[in-house]
Design a protein around this ligand. Structure first.
Ligand code: AMP
Ligand code: ZN
Length: 472
């Protein structure tokens, strides 16, 4: 199999992927906190994870992709402060946290589907895995990695020798320069909650050996990742904001329980930015996919916008840049339609060109290079139309831009264009039906089918839908 190189945040260099059980590759992706709509910055993280999965799949690996839905325990600050985001969301909208979770999980799945992001193999909700989290916290206490204080059970970072390695944090320096610690019972400012004891009026709570309460956000991911992928996990992904706290804490917990490093490679996408700052709910500078649609942008224009930048570079969101991406995508879709019109069917791709694309995308997911190759094939036509079409449709297994739909004329500028000749025939058929000349009406239907158009008799009268290009 072709080697795949991926940048590992932990070793700070590109590493060759060596799966634990080839051809299987297990990937865990931190999922959304479903207290509100995901913004397009969040969605960049999932376009990235989806690109990783697609690249591995075209390379020949079998991917088991696990993603969680955080529906409890993520506080307003990643570092254990503030209110549970789900509870805040529930107060804001006067609904239960469970209703809020259902609403925004549904919206998230719709948005990701619209972006052609493949559904993870396993999608798991934190609230459905609380017993596994409690079991893990219990083990951590028994092994001496965790201690109980008045408001919960905390992980003792001093017991985890590698703590801080992922982000390059120096624990001692952190202790010296610590802010005023809100919780004087903690042994170290970086100690974090595994289990939080709940006041009686707190809405989301479960029984535990430490009384009623709810799990910490970090333990959720450790418990679910290990439940579905075991004690050896090939790849873990997330946004760069997760490096210093969430993923540092996941490593501490999981490795303490397993007695060895659980996750082999850590991959992180850089931020989507707005005016020089990260797009974030707390900064009030967010847009959702619906906001983009409201301005007339197809969701895949946003996917194209993401693919055009490497996942490890910061990407600035502006309407001008999105407009440029939308135009480029329209041109790409139109080019596919034109190509499809020139040939009967796609032809097998020439090996060197196919290899050039694979080489780019297996080099730490260099999708901008892959996209540039697609444009090169379209502009320079180094191969005939059939092979060009074959290549582009093959590459779309990685790009995920619905190029097959575009080739069939169902997407892009072509979708709105029906040739005059076809419209004239449709009128003739309408007239024949008014005259009850069924033989003639059927003959016209057959003629349209030969030209690649299916007639659909809908409530607004007959319409044509392109099923194949007429010039074939
Ligand atoms: P959350 O729902 O807050 O847990 O975040 C969902 C995902 O979005 C996580 O992987 C975050 O790291 C990621 N993320 C958050 N903000 C951004 C951003 N501005 N750009 C890219 N990824 C982000
Ligand atoms: Zn996580």
């Amino acid at each position: 199999m072709r080697p795949v190189y991926l940048y590992d945040t932990l070793t700070r260099r590109k590493e060759r992927l060596e799966p634990i059980n080839p051809p299987l590759v297990g990937i865990y992706t931190c999922g959304p906190t479903v207290y509100d709509y995901a913004h397009v910055g969040n969605l960049r993280a999932y376009v990235f994870a989806d690109s990783l999965r697609r690249v591995l799949e075209v390379t020949g690996y079998q991917v088991r992709h696990v993603m969680n839905i955080t529906d409890v325990g993520h506080l307003e600050s990643d570092a254990d402060e503030g209110e549970d985001k789900m509870v805040a969301g529930s107060r804001r909208e006067r609904r239960t946290p469970w209703e809020i979770a259902d609403l925004y999980t549904g919206a998230f799945l719709e948005h990701t589907a619209a972006l052609n992001i493949k559904r993870p193999t396993v999608l798991c909700r934190a609230t459905e895995h609380v017993p596994a989290m409690i079991a893990m916290v219990k083990t951590l206490v028994e092994l001496g990695f965790a201690y109980e204080i008045t408001d919960g059970v905390y992980f003792d970072v001093a017991r985890a020798p590698g703590y801080g390695r992922l982000s390059g944090l120096d624990l001692d320096a952190q202790e010296a320069g610590a802010r005023v610690e809100l919780n004087p019972e903690k042994r170290h400012p970086a100690d974090f909650a595994l289990w939080r004891k709940a006041e009686p009026e707190h809405i989301m709570q479960w029984d535990s050996p430490w009384g009623r309460g709810y799990p910490g956000w970090h333990i959720e991911c450790s418990a679910m990742a290990m439940e579905y992928l075991g004690r050896h996990i090939d790849i873990h992904t997330g946004g760069a904001d997760h490096i210093p706290v969430h993923h540092e804490n996941e490593i501490a917990q999981s490795d303490a329980v397993a007695g060895h490093p659980v996750v082999k490679r850590w991959l992180h996408n850089e931020f989507l930015m707005v005016d020089g700052g990260r797009m974030a709910k707390s900064l009030g500078n967010t847009y959702t996919l619906d906001d983009l649609a409201g301005r007339g942008y197809h969701p895949l224009a946003y996917r194209y916008f993401c693919l055009n930048a490497h996942y490890r570079t910061r990407l600035n969101f502006t309407w001008e840049a999105l407009e440029a991406a939308a135009r480029a995508l329209d041109r790409l879709w139109d080019a596919l339609y034109t190509l499809a019109g020139e040939v009967e069917e796609p032809a097998p791709a020439p090996a060197e060109l196919a290899a050039a694309f694979l080489e780019a995308v297996t080099d730490d997911l260099a999708l901008p290079r892959g996209l540039a190759l697609a444009w090169q094939v379209i502009r320079e036509r180094p191969v005939g139309a059939g092979q060009a079409l074959g290549l582009l449709l093959e590459w779309d297994k990685v790009l995920g831009l619905s190029l097959d739909e575009a080739a069939a004329g169902r997407l892009g500028p072509a979708a709105g264009r029906v040739p005059d000749e076809v419209l004239a025939l449709l009128d003739e058929r309408r007239a024949a039906r008014t005259d009850r000349d069924w033989v003639r009406a059927d003959a016209i239907r057959d003629r349209l089918a030969e030209m690649g158009y299916a007639v659909e008799d809908g409530p607004e009268g007959p319409r044509v839908r392109r099923v194949r290009d007429s010039r074939a």
